[in-house]
Write a protein that binds this ligand. Structure first.
Ligand code: AMP
Ligand code: MN
Ligand code: ZN
Length: 493
């Protein structure tokens, strides 16, 4: 208590004499840098030469460390952040390898995170004091309970339209799940239930309790009960099912590694519905203004959308993602179209509920049409625990059909005579409420896609006989085999 009062007093003094304090602090910084420079590289040698040097260096290190921790506590967003992450030695930040090179220590991200947070606050502070220029639009409400509204700037050039938010509070601060950027955390399922399962969620995991091992504890933390451990739900294992050896789930040090993909069995044993291989007339997309549209940002709206999706034989899906100055990034929007409706889902507001989409996305009878799904699949799995069983990718179809270009814009042009405005591809999709032009762009990414799917599927059928025996799996495109229902090679019937 006394300590924090003292600190507050210090802060007040600093603020009250701001210019002088900054000058003094800068002077001290220059002095410290020069002194450190004069010490040279061989500190260990100097320490052995003179005991007092050793003692004073140790004291200085301790003071620096304690100041760094104080700084971190002041900057960190929550008390939990602060207490979870004290720096105990310089090795936590940077470590020298035997070869003399430096690598980051286990707490290095604290420093980058703290600097990031500081710069963001400076940015917001500057925004607050500078007068808002006329071309700024002020956003009025927030979908994820942000305290301050974003200043949305729109810079129009001939070819690009960069829409970005200047003082956007970070939406990830509102996520219930803490974003974990550390490379050592093993992948864990975000789902506890597995709709349309052909094998249980823990299929392939070792059947016996891995007592006492790191893996056993890891599974327990995740709430994954093991058969034979007195668990409530016994696992029905198919005879002859491959059982993943416990050693595959733990590295050499016994640290748990990633769990297997929850839908691996369903995807690798996928059989497409037979209707997919029957030619059918292409269904024209609904007129834009006559198509019912919903922005889905509440549980109720999500429920209504899922009820609507339940009857659809095929749906179009696209995602918008944010990863500018963000390590992993996060999904901001999910666009979904059926033959009759368009939806844009606020993936920030509904992040924790979107696993409910598995009722549709994991249903092998429902064809999910994406354009270039490589990233989308990863983002769905990572952010929501949403898995796709039954994928048709129009990007890959455009390759099989030897089309001249493979972008969605090209397909829209060729099949729909619609000229997509791809200027918004790099817009800041965190902005809420979403400006009308951006919403229109997002919606257009799926609105026409089922019609494009119809056209391409029919073209593929026509070309089917030509393709018999041809190897259509494009190397390096992992989802490609899904195109024709899990086959990599086109076979005659
Ligand atoms: P799209 O499928 O074109 O709607 O793109 C989905 C997301 O991918 C966008 O929201 C961006 O985050 C990212 N993205 C698309 N194109 C690019 C690009 N050229 N450079 C960087 N990111 C991109
Ligand atoms: Mn996309
Ligand atoms: Zn898109």
């Amino acid at each position: 208590m006394a300590d924090s009062n003292k600190n507050n007093g210090g802060v007040r003094q600093f603020v009250d004499n701001f210019d002088a304090s900054i000058a003094a602090a800068f002077g001290a910084l220059v002095k410290a840098t020069k002194a450190a420079g004069r010490l040279g590289d061989d500190i260990a040698f100097h320490r052995t030469l003179d005991e007092s040097v050793d003692t004073r260096l140790a004291q200085a290190s301790q003071r620096t460390l304690s100041m760094a921790n104080q700084l971190w506590t002041t900057i960190s967003r929550t008390p939990a952040d602060a207490s979870a992450s004290a720096i105990s030695s310089a090795d936590d930040i940077a470590q020298q390898t035997a070869a003399g090179t430096w690598t980051s220590g286990p707490q290095f991200s604290l420093v980058t995170d703290a600097v990031d947070t500081l710069l963001e606050r400076i940015d917001m502070g500057l925004d607050a004091v500078s007068k808002t220029p006329a071309h700024h639009l002020r956003s009025t409400q927030s979908a994820v309970g942000m305290q301050s509204a974003a200043v949305v700037t729109s810079v129009a050039r001939s070819d690009v339209r960069v829409v970005h938010a200047q003082n956007m509070p970070r939406p990830q601060l509102q996520f219930k799940d803490q974003v974990d950027n550390s490379p050592s955390t093993p992948f864990a399922w975000r789902i506890r239930a597995k709709p349309h399962a052909r094998v249980p969620l823990d299929y392939g995991l070792p059947s016996a309790q891995v007592a006492g091992s790191t893996l056993g504890q890891h599974l327990q933390t995740l709430g994954i009960s093991r058969p034979g451990s007195g668990a409530a739900t016994p696992v029905q294992r198919r005879s002859g099912s491959p059982e993943i050896n416990a050693s595959q789930l733990a590295d050499a040090l016994g640290h748990a590694v990633a769990l297997p993909h929850p839908y691996e069995y369903e995807i690798t044993h996928y059989e497409a519905p037979s209707r997919l291989f029957e030619e059918a007339p292409a269904q024209e997309p609904g007129a834009w203004d006559a198509t019912p549209f919903a922005f889905v940002d509440t549980e109720a709206a999500l429920g209504a959308m899922l009820s609507h999706l339940a009857g659809a034989p095929e749906i179009a899906i696209d995602l918008e993602h944010h990863n500018f100055r963000s390590f992993q990034g996060f999904t901001c929007l999910i666009q979904i179209s059926t033959r009759t409706h368009d939806f844009v889902v606020d993936a920030l507001a509904l992040r924790d509920s979107l696993h409910r989409l598995n009722n549709v996305t994991a249903d092998p009878q429902v064809i999910k049409v994406f354009h270039g799904a490589e990233s989308d699949i990863v983002w769905l799995q990572r952010d929501f625990g949403v898995y796709v069983v039954g994928l048709f990718d129009t990007y890959h179809a455009s390759h099989v059909l030897n089309m001249e270009h493979h972008s969605l814009a090209h397909l829209l042009h060729v099949f729909c005579a619609y000229d997509a405005d791809k200027k918004y591809q790099l817009a800041d999709w965190r902005i809420r409420p979403i400006p009308a032009e951006m919403m229109r762009y997002a919606r257009a990414d799926t609105h026409f896609l089922l019609y494009i799917f119809d056209r391409m599927r029919n073209d593929l059928m026509k070309r089917g006989t030509q393709l018999v025996g041809e190897d259509v799996a494009t190397p390096g495109l992992p989802h490609f085999g899904m195109l024709a229902g899990g086959i990599d090679r086109v076979q005659s019937a």
